[in-house]
Design a binder for this molecule. Sequence first.
Ligand code: 13P
Ligand code: SF4
Length: 321
Amino acid sequence: MKTATPFKISNEKNKLNLSQEIQRLKKEKNAVILAHYYQEEAIQEVADYLGDSLYLAQQAAKVDQDIIVFAGVHFMAETAKIINPTKKVLLPDLKAGCSLADSCPPEDFAVFKAKHPNAIIVSYINCSAEVKTLSDLVCTSSNAKKIIESIPEDQEIIFAPDKNLGAYLNKETGRNMILWEGSCIVHEAFSFEKIVSLTKSYPKAKFIAHPESESPVLEIAHYIGSTSGLLAFVQKDNAQEYIVATEAGILHEMQKRCPEKTFIPAPVEDDTCACSECAFMKLNTLEKLHRCLVEETPEVQMDSQLMDAARLPIERMFKLS
Ligand code: 13P
Ligand code: SF4
């Protein structure tokens, strides 16, 4: 018996008026909306720029509107503010955090760093601005391999905060980076056993995964990549069915780009929850996005010294990307 339902685009007509009003407010306020693929469908549809962490950071650096509404999580909005500090950066819900960023408190990370005085620090962009200030380089899942490979082979490296992405990169690059023990609750929730069983129900389906997933899951994947990597793969690949191990919001864009293909969210350990949805990402709603444009709040505000220090490793990443 098949255990998962293929994804279909939903058509929520009741959100139409709100979306139209958001489009009007964007013009009136000279605002731009940047959204990550993990946002709810209606938010993805009103975005001016929809993409992965790297693409959104690159767009945030370029936009010339007065207001950036960041439909994503806090570290993403914070990064936008750091690289374009004169803009007003709004986040529809300031509580939209990230388990990965939270798993690396800056004070603890500073102690860890001090134990390895010769190491270069490479931080995944999913971390706080304070952790970025302790880093030499920032990376995202789409450029991490390139960033690591830009560092001399004999150089000691600390990679933080994602131990799963770090272990994957160690395997890919042959390095032995020292890993901080952080993780993403969404990607750790996927069940290896249930995925194996689902692949038996869909024998023609390819299994694709985000590198924040655990090693056993990654070992059985036909393709591993960032959200934009996963999207590019399903577009160019010739299979018709895919089991997808990343946050379920991406299925909307996959289905739009490949309407004839079938996308099945990878199953999670706990049947009682929608664990493949990021509860932080989903704190943003179309209603909150509308309200934040009307009220121009909540705004991401940061100390200018913190921004200056955190900008350096991000700019190094841009140069290497
Ligand atoms: P990317 O979109 O850069 O692959 O990142 C995934 C993610 O977990 C963002 O929080
Ligand atoms: Fe953080 Fe994971 Fe949510 Fe991405 S999916 S924002 S890494 S908790």
